[in-house]
Write a protein that binds this ligand. Structure first.
Ligand code: CAA
Length: 388
């Protein structure tokens, strides 16, 4: 039985900070960002946008295409949780009016959790083909002002419907994984921004890739030449190039520049413009590949490398299904990115500092122009509203 991603759609915020504006403010050469880290813009969430409103925006168009009463579970992956006890999925469940005969749980491990949720969903469907599972990966990437990570912020949410006989991607059984207790990126409970040892984090990422790949080849018997396209976790798009170079060197198969590009480049288009979205980033990269590849991807095998600092990594694969093009939501993805409003640095700072972290009574000004917004927090209770 085939199991995998039946529908996929992502959402991002209505605002962005251009890295040229950022470079001007910081007095640095814009090429450090445009070329050096490979980023042009970063999506910025206004204070009345959080992972719940982003994920509702990501999931609603999928629910419009199915009977939402068939959803049997919501598996919600995030590093930017809004409550230490109640799962983000429970807020989402209410906002989207999902059926009560449904299970909801939150998954956490930095940027890796989306893959954990996806793999759990595929196992649940293999065990019971009647399951229809909504997997969400949503994050707002936030670092300290003037830290090395500031230029790699962003935000986004991905919604994936996991079913039997999927129309987009059949996930193949077997994967390679790697865990090591390291401090490359972390966020203690008292902080709203992540701490990162930037250069070290890229080294751990690349070592985890080599280890997970080795395990993947041993456990599945698949080789580099069996895979047509590669989607990597993208903290900044240049990391894809570093990762693929590392993998090519490890397998020792020479790859022409043209093949290298066709194996990786379509996957970077959106992330260059959205920035890091932690757990969602790998899957926004996948949407980017599907929407921007020039050739028909039917029956092509994709390799996915998921990396979460701290660290947990996994390499897995899947086969693109025939006629997948008919089920993509490319127009929505492109319109969202194109219709964002540019922020000046001052307004970015105002949004940045109106953090919901630690707030127990606050009414938000209306900046979120999406279909769902966080209206206020009253006595530590968050109130969300559907606006359209
Ligand atoms: N023109 C062209 N290139 C330039 C340039 C210019 N004017 N100025 C600098 N560059 C190049 C540099 O040569 C460098 O290239 P290499 O990587 O090939 O050496 C690149 O631009 C970056 O420059 P620096 O190394 O000087 O940049 P930095 O030290 O300020 O920051 C970073 C780089 C450490 C990655 C930083 O962005 C960071 O801390 N990011 C957050 C952490 C992160 O994303 N880690 C990734 C792995 S962990 C992970 O994946 C999980 C996650 O999502 C966080």
């Amino acid at each position: 039985m085939k199991v995998g991603i039946d529908l996929i759609h992502f959402a991002t915020s209505n605002y962005y900070l251009d890295l040229e504006t950022y470079a001007q403010e910081k007095g640095t050469d814009p090429n450090k960002y445009l070329i050096g880290i490979g980023q042009e813009k970063m999506s910025i969430a206004p204070p009345d946008e959080d992972i719940i409103t982003l994920s509702a925006k990501a999931a609603a168009p999928i629910l419009d295409k199915i009977d939402k009463n068939t959803i049997t579970a919501v598996l919600f992956a995030t590093e930017s949780g809004v409550d230490q006890s109640k799962s983000a999925g429970a807020f989402l469940h209410g906002l989207l009016e999902l059926p009560n005969r449904c299970r909801v749980v939150e998954f956490k491990h930095a940027c890796y959790a989306g893959t954990a949720a996806l793999q759990m969903a595929t196992s649940m469907v293999r065990a019971n083909p009647n399951e229809t599972i909504l997997v969400i990966a949503a994050d707002i990437a936030k670092y300290d002002i003037d830290s090395s990570g500031e230029a790699t912020q962003g935000c986004g949410a991905v919604a994936m419907l996991v079913t039997k006989d999927p129309r987009i991607l059949a996930i193949e059984p077997g994967s390679g994984y790697y865990t090591e207790d390291v401090m490359d990126f972390w966020r203690p409970n008292h902080r709203s921004t992540a701490l990162v040892d930037g250069k070290y984090s890229t080294k751990v990422y690349l070592n985890s890739l080599k280890q997970a790949w080795e395990h993947f080849t041993e456990s599945t018997g698949r080789k580099f030449s069996d895979i047509d396209a590669f989607c990597y976790h993208i903290p900044f798009s240049r990391m894809t190039e570093k990762a693929h170079k590392t993998l090519v060197k490890k397998v020792g198969t020479p790859v022409s520049e043209a093949l290298f590009k066709s194996q990786t480049q379509p996957g970077q288009v959106y992330n260059r413009l959205v920035g890091n979205s932690y757990s969602a980033s790998l899957f926004i990269g996948f949407c980017s590949f599907l929407d921007n590849a020039v050739q028909d991807l039917s029956n092509k095998r994709f390799g996915f490398f998921s990396y979460g600092s701290g660290c947990v990594a996994e390499f897995f694969s899947g086969l693109i299904q025939p006629n997948y093009q008919q089920h993509l939501m490319t127009t929505s993805h492109q319109q969202q990115i194109a219709s964002r409003k540019a922020l000046d640095y001052q307004t970015y700072l105002e949004f940045y500092h109106t953090d919901t972290f630690g707030q127990n009574n606050i009414v938000f000004s209306k900046n979120n122009l999406g279909p769902y917004r966080l209206m206020d927090i009253q006595n530590d209770i968050r109130h969300y509203v559907k606006t359209s």
